[in-house]
Design a protein around this ligand. Structure first.
Ligand code: FAD
Length: 462
């Protein structure tokens, strides 16, 4: 089989990667885009889009139950999970169609199949409709993402275990959902299903959920979830799982106080993600992977093989759609003759879509102290923000870390109503290298949540 020659090949479709093949094609290159699953990748099909669609249903159920607090009469609230799933499916279908329509470009061949390297610049594609195709290109971009990590748990093979994809396809509500993992995926699903009406227990190995955050932030997140009726077990390491008498699952966990058992009707594993690299047969191309299985890249996203790049989750580091998109920007500039850019000094924001949201950018207080920086920390409870009081959403706090010498903002954690949006305002100030006083003194519209930033930063001068 002679290899078909292209100018460039992208393996995997994603939100970040969707523009690159088209841009290369528009620049006159012949491009192959290979996808083994649904076009659009994780974000559109089984990640951001469906989860945030379902989070919206969960929030509405929660707010409807709070109607009386606002003087609004509602009847008993219950959730039709099949209808929630229909809404989610419609949203995903729409997003995917929009995605696919952008791939119709002259010079861009979309090939549905699984790619496997047979040499540094050659790939064999096992076609979805059967048969194989050999492709070669001087520039190859690997954008194959990651998938749920199976839990390291004895007995796991004997019980049904949901992951972040299959849980969104349930059409009846779990009576009691056990969740392994207190990272953002576990927390988003935990609060969501509690609001749908399930009993929920989150089992977290570490002493707090969201272990990368400052202790006060993750403690407050745990308190919020507990207030919502979610059981959050911390310092609890799952050891074994088996079928419970009468159906469901029984989980054995190790805690500092000894072993204990937790029973539920359903089990969701949200213990992290592993890189989609095995099918690629990377050793055949000489592409190095790190000990954690993710692809090694330099700051220009180039792998150990010149001309082969990796973008998105398949390389090590934070895994978000907006980072995959920024990887695209870097590759676009570097492959299409723009000013050379790199991943150096990138500020990576993220938002945990629990309610209230946790918006995060830059350093945590812990990181700043570990770096022995001279810092000042500002904190403002959301019940000190007029807009939050008016809206009846006063849970959480705003927190910012400021460099005591330069007066610049090093990081922020906005745990509160629209925390992601408020964090973004701070992020923009950080990008513009504004001193914190600019946030303290800015005129923000009354009564916006942003006004809280005046108070937050002014508190450093109090
Ligand atoms: C439940 C959940 C919620 C999330 N929510 C958010 C959020 O709110 N915000 C956010 O920023 N991020 C979120 N993420 C993360 C986000 O989805 C990912 O960071 C993003 O999709 C990464 O994109 P990517 O470029 O790595 O490619 P991916 O989207 O992972 O796509 C990779 C594609 O490559 C294909 N592929 C793999 N191997 C091969 C092969 N050998 N041959 C051909 N094709 C192959 C796969 O089928 C897949 O379609 C969420 C993820 C999950 C699971």
């Amino acid at each position: 089989m002679a290899d078909e020659r292209y100018d460039a090949m992208v393996i995997g479709t994603s939100q970040g990667g969707r523009f690159l093949p088209g841009d290369l094609a528009e620049a006159g290159k012949r491009v192959a885009l290979v996808e083994r699953g649904n076009l659009g990748g994780v974000c559109v099909n089984v990640g951001c889009t469906p989860t945030k669609t379902m989070v919206a249903s969960a929030r509405l159920a929660h707010q409807a139950r709070r109607g009386a607090e606002y003087g609004v009469r509602t009847g008993p609230v219950s959730v039709d999970l099949a209808a929630v799933r229909e809404r989610k499916r419609a949203m995903v279908t729409g997003a995917r169609e929009n995605y696919v329509s952008r791939l119709e470009k002259e010079g861009l061949d979309v090939i549905q199949g699984e790619a496997r390297f047979t040499g540094p610049k050659t790939v064999e594609i096992a076609l979805r409709e059967g048969g194989k195709r050999g492709v070669t290109a001087p520039v190859i971009v690997i954008d194959t993402g990651a998938r749920p990590r199976p839990p390291a748990l004895s007995g796991a093979q004997n019980v049904p275990i949901l992951d972040s994809t299959s849980i969104m396809e349930l059409d009846t509500l779990p009576e009691h959902l056990l969740i392994l993992g207190g990272g953002y995926i576990g927390l988003e699903f935990g609060q969501m299903f509690r609001r749908f009406g399930s009993e929920v227990t989150i089992v977290q190995t570490g002493p707090r959920p969201l272990m990368r955050e400052d202790d006060d932030v993750s403690d407050e997140v745990a308190a919020i979830l507990r207030e919502d009726g979610v059981t959050v077990l911390t310092s609890a390491t799952p050891d074994h799982v088996e079928e419970a008498h009468g159906g469901g699952v029984r989980l054995t966990v190790r805690t500092p106080d000894g072993e204990r058992q937790v029973e539920g009707t359903h089990l969701l594993s949200a213990v992290g993600r592993i890189a989609n690299t095995e099918a690629l047969a990377l050793p055949a191309a000489g592409i190095r992977v790190l000990d954690n299985g993710f692809i090694e890249v330099d700051e220009y996203l180039e792998t150990s093989v010149p001309g082969v790049y990796a973008m998105g989750d398949v390389k090590s580091g934070p895994a978000f759609t907006h980072l995959s998109y920024d990887d695209y920007r870097i590759l676009h500039a570097n492959l299409l003759g723009g000013e050379k850019t790199s991943t150096r000094d990138r500020v990576v924001p993220y938002t945990v879509f629990i309610d209230p949201q946790l918006g995060r950018v830059g350093m945590t207080e812990r990181e700043a102290r570990e770096q022995k920086r001279s810092i000042r920390v500002a904190k403002l409870p959301m019940n000190g923000v007029i807009r939050a009081l008016e809206a009846g959403e006063t849970r959480g706090f705003m927190k910012a870390v400021v460099d005591a010498e330069t007066q610049q903002i090093l990081g922020a954690a906005m745990l509160g109503m629209e925390g992601g949006e408020i964090m973004t305002i701070v992020q923009v100030a950080m990008l513009g290298k504004l001193p914190y006083a600019a946030m303290a003194d800015a005129i923000f519209t009354h009564p916006l949540l942003a006004e809280g930033l005046n108070s937050l930063f002014a508190s450093l001068d109090a």
